[in-house]
Design a protein around this ligand. Structure first.
Ligand SMILES: [Zn+2]
Length: 445
């Protein structure tokens, strides 16, 4: 039995009524047991008290599209469009990974994610050695749903080491699911992660759809990110990208589709009809020059949209505050200011992420019974203090460096801006050496 009291906070509960309350959050055994003003009297009987100093307390951010394995690629893959970026940088570098470099990449990502308030991720790793990522994640305290990347098609530019046999790809994914789904007290889970239609055979996508149904397993993929990609999909399948995913049996509430920049009205309707989840990555879409996703339209159709940084190879930050600001401001350019409000964006970053992961009953809101995945955002700084609306303050004014406290499952992982479990200096130094060696092996940089 361990207990934690976070006192003196402005609590954005992100519950169905969007209640904002002043007071405390009491946590026992990793779960929230009380939210509001009466918990203060119980501070004598708790193991740890955290003073939020009137900061904003809200559910930890859920990034639903990320590649932890690409964190070491930061700065080695700039100024390229999607397909050139994959063929000349990202695929050669993924092929050059070893279990040691994967661990270094994962740890480096965890440092940045936890410090900037992300408590849960949906991540697509590379083709091989995903066990190393899961083993490293176990020690970080981060909540994660992890998929090994699946790619079996003879697509242009794929290094031999990343090209799999269809059956092997599925068998390895299922072996990971058996070993890791529900590990670390439920903190780690496994998804099926076919990379995208261009690098997967139809047989593989149909096999993934079957296994997803059988095991109620999430499917994490990319679709309709760039124009060149949707042209390729149309050439080879005769269909639009989302229609093709539906034809393979993949369309379901478990389908998590990153990007959806170039989805026409029919594809938007398909996504809504199947309750498929859209993973919006505005920073990545801008840097790769992919385009501006029709998020206001998808949101208006009732599609669940959540947010992710994508990866350090295409963003190059893993900070949810950047994605939140862009999610609102890019729709202002497309459809006028307020098309997606600051409150909509905070929902996407918390509840939307929880729904996408199939964990809406466990995380994404500050409510009794839910797991204590929480962040406190400092309000003392001059660039935040005077903003009257909490959602506006978080989306338009605050930065990742304003995160004072990060808590996952009741464990304080960032305390007063400092990591508790991880040694940021040692991890960064090790990652720098691994990144240089990896780039040399890949012949990049
Ligand atoms: Zn991606």
């Amino acid at each position: 039995m361990s207990s934690l009291l976070v006192r003196n906070a402005t609590i954005l509960t992100m519950n169905d009524a969007f209640d904002i309350v002043e007071g405390d959050v009491l946590v026992r055994d990793g779960r929230i047991v009380h939210v509001g003003s009466q918990a203060a009297g119980s501070s004598a009987r708790v193991d740890l008290v955290v003073d939020a100093r009137q900061g904003y307390l809200l559910p930890g951010f859920v990034q639903t599209h990320i590649h932890l394995c690409q964190t070491l690629f930061r700065g080695y893959a700039d100024d390229l469009p999607l397909l050139g970026w994959l063929r000349t940088r990202v695929w050669p570098m993924e092929a050059a990974h070893t279990p040691t470099s994967l661990r270094a990449s994962t740890a480096l990502a965890a440092v940045e994610l936890l410090r900037t308030g992300t408590t849960a991720v949906l991540t697509m790793e590379t083709v091989h050695d995903t066990e190393a990522v899961l083993e490293e994640l176990e020690g970080t305290g981060l909540r994660a749903t992890v998929g090994k990347c699946m790619m079996d098609a003879p697509a242009e530019g794929v290094p031999a080491r990343l090209r799999e046999r269809t059956a092997t790809s599925i068998d390895e994914s299922l072996a990971l699911r058996r070993r890791w789904d529900g590990a670390a007290g439920g903190r780690l889970r496994v998804a099926l992660a076919p990379r995208f239609a261009v690098s997967c055979t139809r047989e593989l996508l149909e096999g993934v759809a079957e296994e997803s149904r059988r095991g109620s397993t999430l499917v994490h993929t990319h679709a309709s990110e760039s124009r060149a990609e949707i042209d390729l999909v149309r050439e080879t399948t005769g269909m639009s990208n989302v229609a093709y995913l539906e034809a393979t049996g993949l369309a379901s509430p478990r389908l998590c589709v990153a990007h959806c920049v170039w989805v026409d009205e029919r594809e938007q309707a398909l996504l809504a009809q199947h309750d498929a989840k859209v993973l919006h990555c505005p920073g990545s879409n801008l840097k790769l020059g992919s385009g501006l996703a029709p998020i206001a339209e998808l949101h208006a159709r009732g599609v669940c949209v959540s947010l992710g940084a994508d990866g350090a190879a295409c963003n190059n930050r893993l900070d949810m505050f950047d994605e939140m600001r862009l999610a609102a401001t890019l729709q202002a350019v497309r459809r006028g200011p307020g098309a997606i409000t600051a409150r909509d964006v905070v929902w996407m970053a918390t509840r939307g992420g929880a729904r996408t992961l199939g964990l809406d009953h466990e995380i994404g809101a500050v409510e009794p019974g839910k797991l204590a995945d929480l962040v406190v955002v400092d309000r003392d700084s001059p660039h935040v203090r005077t903003a009257p609306d909490p959602y506006s303050a978080l989306v338009y004014a605050a930065r990742g460096t304003d995160v004072r406290t990060t808590i996952v499952g009741g464990e304080v992982l960032v305390s007063d801006f400092a990591l508790t479990r991880l040694d940021a200096r040692a991890i960064t130094a090790a990652a720098a050496a691994e990144a240089r060696a990896l780039a040399a092996r890949a012949g990049v940089g």
